[in-house]
Design a protein. Structure first.
Length: 87
């Protein structure tokens, strides 16, 4: 569901009623107004795809991510620069 809200005094306040039970837990993605909606939609689509692939598997911790990234040869910065070319 897409809900417009206002941030006031440290709290997000929805601008319309929500069909939720009292104390029901939800996941919220915050996108500032004016952000490119196409980019946001792609991000959300990718996140949902990854969630579906992982199922109930927990996400790896920071140490596990660092270990996996350390195994990649070369420099990620060099790869990005090479991919971008002379831009």
């Amino acid at each position: 569901m897409r809900v417009d809200a206002v941030y006031e005094n440290g709290v997000l306040r929805p601008l319309q009623p929500l069909n939720l039970r009292e104390h029901e837990r939800v996941v919220v993605s915050v996108v500032q107004e004016g952000a490119k909606l196409a980019d946001v939609a792609l991000d959300l689509e990718f996140i949902e795809k990854v969630k579906a692939e992982l199922g109930d598997q927990p996400a790896p911790g920071l140490d596990e991510v660092r270990t996996r990234l350390a195994k990649i040869p070369g420099s990620m910065a060099a790869e990005i620069v090479a991919e971008r070319g002379e831009r």
